[in-house]
Design a protein around this ligand. Structure first.
Ligand code: SF4
Length: 291
């Protein structure tokens, strides 16, 4: 809704004391609204979407964008994002949620839109680097991808030929490849796959893997009648976003939420049951329930 300007504003604008904020009142761009509650550009406009440039305020500069669907990989939830590519410069200006993504449905945690920081981080590594000084000296030289791949593959091959399989380790930040790299390493006889997950969530994943056969199951939270959270925080656990929104759906339909957590987290405070276990005793509580 366009706000009409006051008498004082009219005079101040005429005298040039404040910028004329109302002259473009008839050229208001359509709101990013699909439904009353979800504000996204309609898909038929993704090839050409116009927005006002925030940095030009109070001037109303229109910027044209192409909106391209992509994926957030700041955790393995792999929520949908949309990249706003400025037509003028061809650069990505921002990331928003993708309302058509079946998992995240347009809702992301703060790390999703913050992906723009990775795109523009001045310290990001743009090409392969080889250390030329002593370890820790911080001296590097740029090498080609061919040289990097040849060097690494030659060393891996030599180690395999000499039976030094356990001297090979593969480390990946987010193991989102669903086992492919693991199978390659196993085919080589290498037990050296490592990622942050080995520490971050290995306990839960091991349990899931031997129980469900998959280490990251997605239960039908939205239709569950009772959900037990073990030290899992809907409001802060980034990993949880696609699950969190469905757990809340269950709660809105009358499902009960129980949270086992030493502290009264925001999630615990909103739960139907809070079980303040001593840290590390959750397994004992579960065994007591099973008994
Ligand atoms: S939960 Fe957050 S960090 Fe993880 S994929 Fe979704 S938006 Fe990205």
């Amino acid at each position: 809704m366009t706000k009409s300007h006051t008498f004082i504003e009219k005079i101040a604008e005429k005298l040039g004391l404040i910028p004329d904020l109302h002259k473009e009142r008839d050229a208001v761009l359509p709101r990013m609204t699909q439904t009353d509650l979800n504000k996204f550009p309609p898909m038929e406009k993704w090839d050409h979407w116009e927005e006002y440039e925030a940095k030009s305020w109070p001037k109303k500069d229109k910027k044209a964008y192409t909106i391209v669907p992509t994926t957030c990989f700041n955790c393995e939830s792999a929520c949908g994002l949309t990249a706003y590519i400025e037509k003028e410069s061809g650069s990505i200006r921002k990331f928003e949620g993708n309302p058509f993504h079946p998992g995240s449905r347009g809702r992301n945690c703060a790390k999703g839109p913050a992906t723009i920081n990775q795109i523009t981080d001045p310290d990001r590594i743009l090409y392969p680097l080889k250390r030329v000084g002593e370890r820790g000296e911080g001296k590097w030289e740029r090498i080609s991808w061919e040289e990097a791949l040849d060097t690494v593959s030659a060393r891996i091959r030599k180690a395999l030929q000499e039976g030094r399989n356990n001297e090979i380790a593969y480390h990946v930040g987010r193991p989102g490849h669903e086992g492919y790299a693991n199978r390659v390493l196993q085919a080589w006889g290498v037990d050296g796959h490592n990622s942050h997950t080995n520490i971050c969530s290995s306990g839960a994943r091991f349990g899931y893997a031997i129980t469900y056969g998959h280490d990251r199951p997605s239960p039908d939270h939205a239709n569950a009648k009772f959900i037990l959270l073990i030290s899992a925080h809907l409001e802060s656990g980034h990993y949880f976003n696609p699950h969190a929104q469905r757990i809340i759906e269950s709660k809105m339909k009358g499902g009960k939420l129980a949270t086992m957590d030493p502290r009264l987290s925001n999630t615990a405070s909103m739960s139907d049951y809070w079980m303040p276990t001593y840290p590390g005793t959750e397994a004992a509580v579960l065994l007591a329930m099973a008994k």
